[in-house]
Design a protein. Structure first.
Length: 942
C-alpha cells in the first residue's frame, strides 16, 4: 500500500532558522538609525520675564494658577498658599489678575481634599479684605454659582466648608450676596431638610408648608441639632443682609414695618444726598428722583437713572412680592418649629424645670426667633407689612403660644461639670460649631418682640383684646420688671425692649397699661452715666411717642410724658456743650413739644430760660450753630419774656458769640412777639412789655452794657485813642470782627425801629435814651458811635427837631469818627475797607440829614487850638467834606464859616513842606465855589 505525500501549505509567518556563525537577518520593521539631528532653539518661546514677581519658590502667578489644575491635592494646596504669599508681597498683582484669581479659587470650593478647600477659603478671605464690592460685582455670579454647588454637594465635608465660604462673603460682600436670594434660600432649606414625596395625608398639609421635612445625615461629624444650629446661624445672617439691602435700595429706614427703626436717626428719606458720578458708575445702589423737582414728591417714586442689575436679578428675585415672602415663610416656619420641638423634647426630662434650657438649646431657640423676626421684615412695601402680620397671626399664633409661651420666661440649666477623659474626636466636633453663647435675657427679650408682633395694628379698640390678654400679661410683666429693675441694659436689649413697649402701647390702647410701661422706661431714662447711643435711643422713644398723642387718646396727657418733657430744659442747661450731639437731640424733643404748645414744657422752659440764654455760659453760645438756631427758634414759643431774659438776649446779640445772621433772626423773633409790631397770634399780647422791648432794642443798638461802658470810663486802656481838638471823644477801637458783627446787628435794629408806627415817636424815644445814658460818656467805642449815627440818620423824621444835647453829642461822635477815618486811610490793609466805608457812610448820612449838625461840627473846628501836626488832618477832613456830592450844598450854606477856617489855616501854614495839603484844600474849595457860581449863572439865564 502506497503512502500519500502531504502537500506543504504556505505559512503566513515563517520561522527563520538561525544558524551558528551566520549573520542575523534584519527584521522587516527595523528602525534605521543612520541619521543625524540638530537642535532648534526658539529664544522667545520659553523666555520668562525676569521682572515678574515670584514666590520664594521662584513661581510667578501664572505658574501658581496653572498648578490649581493639577491632580494632586498637595500641589493645589501649595499653589493656593503661594498665591497668598505672592499677593501679600505684591498687592498690584491682585488688580491685574482679579478675574483669574476669583474663578480659579472658586473652582476648588468642591475639591475632594479638605486642605485644598481650607486654603481656598483663606485665599478668598484675603482677596475680600483687599478688593471692594464694586470691583468684585462683575465676577460675583460665578462665585455664587460655585457656592451653590458646594452647598448642595453630596459630600458633607464640602457642605460644611461651603458655610465657611459663605461666612467670608457675608462679612465682606453682604449686599452682593443678598442681591440673589432665591437660589441660596433653597440651598439653606436643602441643608437641613428634604422634600416630602409621600401622598395622601401629606398632601393635605401642604397649606401648612409641610412639603419639606427635617433630614438627618448620620455621616456628619456633628449631631443633627448642632448642624441645624450651624445652618440657622448663617441663614439668620443672610436674611439680615437681605433686609439691609432692601432698605438701602428703597432709600428709607422703615420699609419693613419696624415702627421704631426711624428713632435711631436712620431716616434716609430726608437726609441730603451727595452724588459722585464716577463712583455711581460702578455702584449698584441707586437713589430716588422725585417728580416736579421735589415740590410735590410722591412717596412711591423710585425712578432710577440706570438699571441696577440684569433683568430678573435683584432682591425682587424670589422675595419681591408679598405672596413670595408668604410662600417662603410657609415653608420655613414649620421647619423652624420642628427644629425647636426636637431640641426642646430632649431637654425637658423634668416638668418642673422645663423653663431651664441648656446652652445649645438656648442658642437654637434664639436663632429660630431671630429668623422669625427677620421674616416679618422681608415685606417689600409698608402696605404688605400689615397683611403679613395678619397672616402670621392667623397661621402660627397657636403654635407660637404652645411651643414658646408655655414655659416663658426661660433660664439657664445649671449642669454640673463631670471630670472625664477628653476625647479628641468629641473636642474636634465641639470646635466646629460656630454657635454663640446666648444669655437668658437676650432670649426672653427677643421672644417678647416676636410675640408682641403677633398683635396686629388693624384691630379696633375693644376687639381681640380679651383673647390676647392672657398670653400678653406675662410678656408685659417681664418687660416692666426688666426695665424697672434699674440694671443697665445693653443698647441692643434696650432697643428690642423699647420696640416691644412701643407695640404694646399702640396696640393695647389702655391708659393704665401705657402709664405702667412708660414709667418702667422712665426708670431707665433716669439712670446716670448712660452712653450717647443709649440716651439718644431713650430720647427718640419718648419724642416719637409724644408725637402720637393726636392719634391715640390713651397717650394724650400722659403723666409720665409730661414729667419727661418738663425735665428737658433743665437737662439741656446742665448738659451744655459737654455733649453737643445729645444736646441737639434734647433740642429736637423740646422744639417738637413747644410747637404743640405743651404747657408743662413751656413753663419749664420759661423757668430755665435765663440759664439757657446766658451770654457767658448758656447753651445758646456754647453749642454748634445748628443747635443755636434751634434755641433761637424756641423764643417764638416762650409764654413770657422777662426783663432779665431780654438783657441776656441783648448781650448774646452783641457779644459776637452767635453769628450776625442768627442775631438778626433773634431780633426779628422778639420783634414779632412784641405788641408794637402789629402782628400777633392768639393771646400773645402780654409776652413782653413795650418798655422792655424798647430797652432791648436800645441795648442791642449800643452794643455794650452799662457795666461795660462804666468799666471803659475808668480803665486806662492804652488802645483807647486820647481826646484832642479834632477828636473830642476818646474812641475805643473795637476789633474788626466785632465791628462788622455789630454793624449788621445795627441794620436789623434800625429795621425793627422803622416799623414801630410813628417815626417821630420812635426817634423821640431814641433821643431820650441817648441823652439819658450816653451823652456824659468820655470814652465811646467806635462801633457804638457809628451805630448811633446810622440809627439817627435812618430814623430821623423831617418834622422832628433834635434836641441840642443830642446834636452836641452827635457832633462830637461825628468829628471823632472823621479823625478815626484819617487813621484808617493810612492803613492800606484790605480787611479794613468795610470799616472805613461804614464809618464814612454813617458820617455822611447823618451830616446830610441834619444840616445843623454839620454847622456844629464846623464851629467846633478851631484852628488856633490845633498843633502843627493836626493842621494837615483838619485840611483833609475839610477836603473830604467838600468832595462829597451829598454834603456840597450844606457846605456852601456854611460858606462864611468855612472861609474863616480856611483863612486861619492859611495864616498858620508856614513852610514849603506843608504847602501840598493846603494846596489840595484850596483846590477843593475853589472847585466847589466855581460849581456853585456856574449853577447860579445857568439858573439866572433860564
Amino acid at each position: 500500500m502506497t503512502k500519500c505525500k502531504k502537500k506543504k501549505r504556505q505559512d503566513d509567518f515563517q520561522k527563520v532558522k538561525l544558524k551558528v556563525g551566520k549573520t542575523k537577518p534584519k527584521a522587516d520593521n527595523a528602525t534605521n538609525i543612520n541619521f543625524r539631528t540638530k537642535g532648534i532653539n526658539l529664544t522667545e518661546q520659553l523666555k520668562k520675564d525676569a521682572n515678574a514677581p515670584t514666590t520664594h519658590r521662584k513661581l510667578n502667578i501664572k505658574d501658581l494658577l496653572s498648578q490649581l489644575h493639577h491632580y494632586s491635592g498637595t500641589v493645589k494646596q501649595g499653589a493656593l498658599v503661594g498665591l497668598r504669599e505672592l499677593l501679600t508681597l505684591h498687592p498690584s498683582e491682585l488688580d491685574q489678575h482679579l478675574s483669574s484669581l476669583l474663578s480659579e479659587a472658586a473652582a476648588v470650593f468642591t475639591d475632594k481634599d479638605p486642605n485644598v478647600r481650607m486654603s481656598a477659603t483663606r485665599l478668598l478671605r484675603f482677596i475680600a479684605q483687599s478688593v471692594p464690592a464694586e470691583r468684585t460685582s462683575p465676577f460675583f455670579p460665578l462665585l455664587s454659582a460655585h457656592l451653590s454647588c458646594a452647598m448642595t454637594h453630596i459630600e458633607t465635608g464640602i457642605q460644611e466648608d461651603a458655610l465657611k465660604v459663605l461666612d467670608v462673603l457675608l462679612d465682606h460682600y453682604p449686599a452682593l450676596l443678598a442681591a440673589r436670594p432665591a437660589l441660596l434660600l433653597n440651598n439653606f432649606l436643602e441643608l437641613i431638610s428634604h422634600r416630602s414625596t409621600g401622598g395622601g395625608a401629606r398632601k393635605g398639609q401642604e397649606g401648612k408648608g409641610r412639603s419639606w421635612a427635617l433630614s438627618v445625615n448620620p455621616n456628619r461629624n456633628v449631631t443633627g441639632q448642632q448642624w441645624r444650629l450651624t445652618v440657622l446661624l448663617r441663614l439668620g445672617r443672610f436674611l439680615q443682609a437681605v433686609v439691609e439691602e432692601r432698605r438701602a435700595e428703597e432709600g428709607v429706614a422703615c420699609v419693613s414695618g419696624d415702627m421704631f427703626s426711624v428713632l435711631n436717626g436712620q431716616g434716609g428719606a430726608n437726609a441730603p444726598l451727595e452724588l459722585n458720578w464716577e463712583e455711581l458708575t460702578y455702584r449698584k445702589g441707586g437713589f430716588q428722583v422725585f417728580e416736579h423737582s421735589g415740590a410735590m414728591p410722591t412717596p412711591h417714586s423710585t425712578f432710577k437713572l440706570r438699571p441696577e442689575t440684569e433683568p430678573g436679578a435683584g432682591v425682587s428675585e424670589g422675595l419681591g412680592t408679598g405672596e413670595a415672602v408668604r410662600g417662603f415663610a410657609s415653608t420655613l416656619v414649620p421647619l423652624l418649629l420642628d427644629v425647636w420641638v426636637e431640641a426642646s423634647a430632649s431637654d425637658r426630662s423634668k416638668t418642673d424645670s422645663a423653663h431651664l434650657l441648656t446652652p445649645d438649646a438656648m442658642s437654637l431657640m434664639y436663632q429660630v426667633l431671630s429668623i422669625l423676626q427677620l421674616l416679618r421684615k422681608l415685606a417689600p412695601q409698608r402696605e404688605y407689612q400689615d397683611t403679613l402680620d395678619v397672616w402670621f397671626r392667623s397661621e402660627y399664633l397657636g403654635d407660637f403660644k404652645q411651643h414658646f409661651m408655655k414655659n416663658f420666661p426661660y433660664g439657664n440649666l445649671d449642669t454640673p461639670k463631670q471630670r472625664r477623659k477628653t476625647d479628641p474626636k468629641r473636642s474636634k466636633q465641639s470646635t466646629t460649631i460656630p454657635g454663640q453663647t446666648v444669655e437668658p435675657l437676650a432670649l426672653n427679650v427677643l421672644l417678647c418682640q416676636v410675640m408682641v408682633s403677633m398683635v396686629t395694628l388693624s384691630q379696633r379698640e375693644g376687639q381681640a383684646q380679651e383673647p390676647d390678654a392672657e398670653w400678653l400679661m406675662p410678656l408685659r410683666g417681664f418687660v416692666q420688671e426688666t426695665l424697672s429693675s434699674g440694671a443697665k441694659l445693653s443698647q441692643r436689649h434696650l432697643h428690642t425692649l423699647l420696640e416691644t413697649v412701643w407695640r404694646m402701647v399702640i396696640t393695647q390702647r389702655s391708659r393704665a397699661v401705657t402709664e405702667d410701661l412708660l414709667q418702667a422706661v422712665y426708670v431707665q431714662y433716669q439712670q446716670m452715666n448712660l452712653n450717647l447711643q443709649t440716651r439718644t435711643l431713650l430720647l427718640s422713644f419718648y419724642s416719637r411717642l409724644y408725637l402720637q398723642e393726636h392719634n391715640h387718646t390713651h397717650i394724650a396727657r400722659s403723666r409720665v410724658l409730661s414729667r419727661w418733657l418738663a425735665a428737658l430744659p433743665l437737662q439741656l442747661s446742665q448738659l451744655g456743650h459737654r455733649n453737643p450731639a445729645l444736646s441737639d437731640r434734647l433740642l429736637l424733643s423740646i422744639q417738637a413739644a413747644a410747637s404743640r404748645g405743651n404747657k408743662a414744657l413751656l413753663n419749664s422752659l420759661h423757668t430755665h430760660a435765663c440759664r439757657l440764654y446766658d451770654p457767658q455760659e448758656g447753651s445758646v453760645v456754647l453749642l454748634p450753630a445748628e443747635s443755636q438756631q434751634r434755641l433761637v427758634q424756641l423764643l417764638y414759643f416762650l409764654p413770657v419774656m422777662s426783663q432779665g431774659l431780654l438783657a441776656n438776649l441783648s448781650r448774646c446779640c452783641t457779644a459776637g458769640r452767635v453769628s450776625a445772621g442768627l442775631a438778626a433772626s433773634l431780633i426779628r423773633i422778639i420783634h414779632l412777639r412784641s405788641s408794637l409790631s402789629g402782628w400777633s397770634v392768639g393771646s400773645q399780647d402780654m409776652t413782653l412789655r413795650d418798655v422792655d422791648y424798647i430797652s432791648f432794642l436800645f441795648s442791642t443798638l449800643t452794643g455794650f452794657s452799662s457795666d461795660e461802658l462804666a468799666t471803659l470810663q475808668e480803665a486806662g486802656d492804652e488802645s483807647v485813642l486820647p481826646p484832642s481838638p479834632l477828636s473830642p471823644l476818646s474812641l475805643y477801637p473795637t476789633p474788626l470782627e466785632q465791628f462788622t458783627h455789630h454793624w449788621d446787628v445795627v441794620e436789623e435794629v434800625c429795621h425793627c425801629l422803622e416799623t414801630l408806627g410813628s417815626r417821630s415817636q420812635c426817634f423821640d424815644v431814641l433821643q431820650n435814651g441817648i441823652c439819658k445814658n450816653l451823652t456824659g460818656l468820655a470814652v465811646v467805642p467806635d462801633s457804638m458811635a457809628a451805630g448811633l449815627l446810622r440809627a439817627v440818620a435812618r430814623l430821623l423824621d423831617l418834622s422832628f427837631l433834635p434836641s441840642e444835647p443830642l446834636l452836641r453829642f452827635l457832633s462830637r461822635c461825628c468829628l471823632s469818627l472823621l479823625s478815626l477815618l484819617l487813621t484808617l486811610q493810612q492803613d492800606t490793609a484790605s480787611e479794613n475797607n468795610h470799616k472805613r466805608e461804614a464809618v464814612w457812610g454813617a458820617c455822611v448820612a447823618v451830616l446830610s440829614s441834619i444840616p445843623r449838625l454839620l454847622r456844629l461840627v464846623l464851629q467846633s473846628l478851631r484852628v488856633k487850638d490845633l498843633c502843627e501836626e493836626e493842621l494837615p488832618q483838619l485840611a483833609q477832613i475839610l477836603s473830604l467834606l467838600l468832595q462829597h456830592t451829598a454834603l456840597r450844598n450844606h457846605m456852601l450854606a456854611n460858606a462864611t464859616l468855612l472861609q474863616h477856617i480856611i483863612q486861619d489855616l492859611t495864616r498858620y501854614c508856614r513852610g514849603e513842606s506843608k504847602e501840598q495839603w493846603m494846596t489840595d484844600l484850596l483846590y477843593c474849595y475853589s472847585v466847589t465855589m466855581a460849581t456853585h457860581r456856574g449853577n447860579l449863572g445857568l439858573r439866572d439865564i433860564y
